[in-house]
Design a protein around this ligand. Sequence first.
Ligand SMILES: [Zn+2]
Length: 83
Amino acid sequence: MAKTKRGKGLWNTLSRGRGTCPICLATRIKLLYSATNSEGKLVTVCKKCSLVDAKIVDKAVSTVNLGFRGKLRRELNQQKQSV
Ligand SMILES: [Zn+2]
């Protein structure tokens, strides 16, 4: 069985398979797992978040404008707490 989540194969994927997880906001983490929200929409998440339930996936934020900067992440965390 091919290893789809480790090794050289990842180097060809977008950002080498890494990015910011939309749920736990971990940066530079492998986003190779998918979670489904209550609407049945697939969200690409990290390994930890692949096991969470749909209600938590609903709270996933867009990481498109997030980048990898700590400052943006801090702001987002504050937003998250106020929800
Ligand atoms: Zn995560």
